[in-house]
Design a protein around this ligand. Sequence first.
Ligand SMILES: Nc1ncnc2c1ncn2[C@@H]1O[C@H](COP(=O)(O)OS(=O)(=O)O)[C@@H](OP(=O)(O)O)[C@H]1O
Length: 289
Amino acid sequence: MPVSTQYTIQSGDDLTPERLEALNAQLAKFSPQEVLEWAIDNLPNLYQTTAFGLTGLITLDMINKISVQRQKDHIVSLIFLDTLYHFQETLDLAKRCVETYDVPLKVYKPVDCDSVADFERQHGQKLWENDEDAYDFLVKVEPARRAYDELNVKSIITGRRRSQKGDRAAIPVIEVDGTGLIKLNPLAYWDLQQVRTYIRANEVPYNALVDQGYNSIGDWHSTNKPASKDDERSGRWEGKEKTECGLHKDYFKMRAAFMASKKAKQQLAEQKKQHQIADHASPVLEASA
Ligand SMILES: Nc1ncnc2c1ncn2[C@@H]1O[C@H](COP(=O)(O)OS(=O)(=O)O)[C@@H](OP(=O)(O)O)[C@H]1O
């Protein structure tokens, strides 16, 4: 085993900043396969969260190989947050991955929504344009939190890499977020070229949109082909400053912003209602005066 941890990790609380630093110094020297083997043996209640991006597909393939080697069923289950606005190609790929790897997949959708029609009935059309923070909270942040609570998730694997730049430019292999959730980024040090090479060499299934020039694929309304060759995620939220969907931001801040915006919308709706009542009432008052 590549890394021996001198302490038992039962939750993120066991990973103090000092321990995290020491652990990251060790893990940074190991291959993603070795990091994954270590994580499988040492991290509590581990799941892989994936939108079936190229990076996550490699993790899926590597875990499958570890499972076969250990003569076990696929060891780490997947969590997919179905925003309802994914490309059909992504949903097809999810199905193909489950069939290919025989991996358990947990799908979480926005509360009380099974379709875009359900979502738009509750939250209106094009919420991502009208209130992008509320959109991110409803389709990603809240469903993720619900998944972690219901499945008692303590650790997750993500597909983030340093070469994706932005907030990811310095991510470590292992981190603990503000809620105590342990996040493992086994391919933190790989670049897109290494990713593509692995996918090809191992015949890993991938999104049909990749062959059309898409590198990073999220919701259809916020995904384009990369605008810059040097930035693989530059097709996401093109023309906006935004570079993250909220999943990897501070949960408590996201929730507070969502609650504040919800309250403001409720107050506005109440004010409008009061005005309408007043508008209807005045002719009657005038008539009876
Ligand atoms: N919908 C959904 N469901 C589950 N997990 C998800 C989802 N979206 C993002 N992720 C996790 O974040 C990793 C990076 O995704 P992206 O680069 O697409 O960015 S973003 O999170 O959408 O902003 C992504 O890596 P991949 O496994 O390569 O897809 C996941 O670990």
